[in-house]
Design a protein around this ligand. Structure first.
Ligand code: SF4
Ligand code: SF4
Length: 406
């Protein structure tokens, strides 16, 4: 392996940080002991070092229901849009405090030293507004991403995030989600001004199906209490590999005793996706294995085995629908995104809570800071030399609509 050399002196260097540092497993001896994903399984992972595993976990902003980045911003520049829940940074209001950078437990806010502003994933909101998927979803060659709408009870977010037992947080978050097939939910949504086409999109939402109906998707680190809204389906293939290597069929009864021999320890997946509760992961893997066994019997032997579905508390129709969604879903089934309703924009801007500080009983003050007069440099002082010239307005990446009376 080539040794790193200084481009200034030509001497060998001892590099201690850099781009893709973690990806290349650099610094693992120093950083691994503090890795929350290894909590409780440090010895197991160290002892089986020759069975090292690696898998990529694509991570974008979680657009949390209870976003700590919004709560930690002293300028009220971070906000969660009422219309679609996307979390954005108002580039005009950001004053470069960077509390959001340390406040986000997922480390999804970045500081732009050129502009002196915080930046983050915008969930490609200009595309979402016109019913198109995000770029990372559209370009994913593995077609692993799904986008859809979920109805939830915003009034109970705080109660759910305050659930004392970490292991109950997943159920608390699931309890917030509303069933769009329930006529009472649809009637209440109409009374609350949710457009009819949004309600229909919620019924067809692939996210609702995977996370709530089939319970095979899980939130990343629910114990952070931000109630994240990007969920993950845990990998099954290592289970299947272990079983098939040992000559077993990949059916749920074989999977159950086998999952503790996974290369990726179940406890590791539990630390990632279930606040350390391995039973949640086992339940998801059993449902995925059942789907695989059911479809294999149906397509290879031409048999329909309802007992496989019943064994994991599902119906055969559910397993077939889950298979279609996970394996052969078309573009329009993976991305079910309603277009924005511009006629609602004004009403939403008038709602209390549109700013991180202006809520009932809150300190208020969002938008109270006057816009900097022309000629006042808005740049972060350390980058003044390389930044835009004095008085030039900064590009507005995602500016919220002006609120009336401000
Ligand atoms: S992941 Fe971080 S940046 Fe994104 S909404 Fe949640 S707390 Fe904010
Ligand atoms: S492509 Fe869009 S949604 Fe994906 S990470 Fe980038 S900004 Fe976020």
């Amino acid at each position: 392996m080539a040794r790193p050399r200084s481009q200034l002196t030509g001497r060998e260097m001892s590099v201690r940080s850099g781009p893709t540092w973690d990806d290349m497993l650099a610094g693992a001896p120093e950083t691994a002991p503090d890795d929350p994903d290894l909590r409780g399984i440090e010895e197991q992972v160290k002892l089986s070092y020759e069975h090292a595993f690696m898998f990529y976990l694509p991570r974008i902003c979680e657009h949390c229901l209870n976003p700590s980045c919004v709560a930690s911003c002293p300028s009220g520049a971070m906000y969660k849009r009422d219309e679609d829940g996307i979390v954005l940074v108002d580039q005009d209001k950001c004053r470069g405090w960077r509390f959001c950078v340390s406040g986000c437990p997922y480390k999804k806010v970045y500081f732009n030293h050129q502009t002196g502003k915080a930046e983050k994933c915008t969930l490609c909101y200009p595309r979402i507004e016109v019913g198109l998927p995000t770029i990372c979803s559209e370009t994913c060659v593995g077609r692993i991403r799904y986008l859809g709408l979920v109805l939830y009870d915003a009034d109970r977010v705080r109660e759910a995030a305050s659930t004392p037992d970490e292991k109950r947080l997943l159920d608390a978050q699931l309890g917030l989600f509303l069933d769009p097939e329930d006529p009472a939910v649809r009637a209440q949504a109409r009374r609350d001004g949710v457009p009819e086409d949004w309600i229909e999109h919620a019924r067809r939402s692939p996210v609702h199906a995977l996370a709530i109906r089939y319970r095979v998707a899980l939130p990343l680190h629910p114990e952070y209490r931000t109630l994240p809204m990007v969920w993950y389906v845990p990998p099954l293939s290592p289970v299947v590999n272990v079983l098939e290597r040992d000559g077993f069929e990949a059916d749920p009864d074989d999977v159950f005793p086998a999952i503790d021999r996974l290369r990726i320890p179940v406890d590791y997946l539990a630390n990632l996706l279930a606040a350390g509760d391995p039973e949640v992961i086992r339940g998801v893997l059993r449902r995925l294995a059942a789907m695989r066994a059911y479809m294999r019997k149906q397509q290879v032997l031409g048999e329909t085995d309802d007992a496989v579905a019943a064994g994991v508390g599902m119906s055969s129709a559910d397993l077939e629908a889950m298979y279609r969604l996970l394996a052969i879903a078309k573009y329009e089934d993976r991305y079910v995104i309603p277009q924005a309703h511009t006629e609602l924009a004004q009403r939403l801007a008038e709602l209390p809570g549109t700013c991180g500080l202006d809520f009932e009983g809150g300190p208020g003050g969002c938008g109270a800071l006057p816009r900097p007069a022309a000629g006042i440099n808005q740049n972060f002082m350390l980058t003044r030399k390389g930044g835009p010239p004095m008085g030039r307005s900064l590009p507005v990446l995602n500016r919220r609509p002006e609120e009336p009376g401000r």
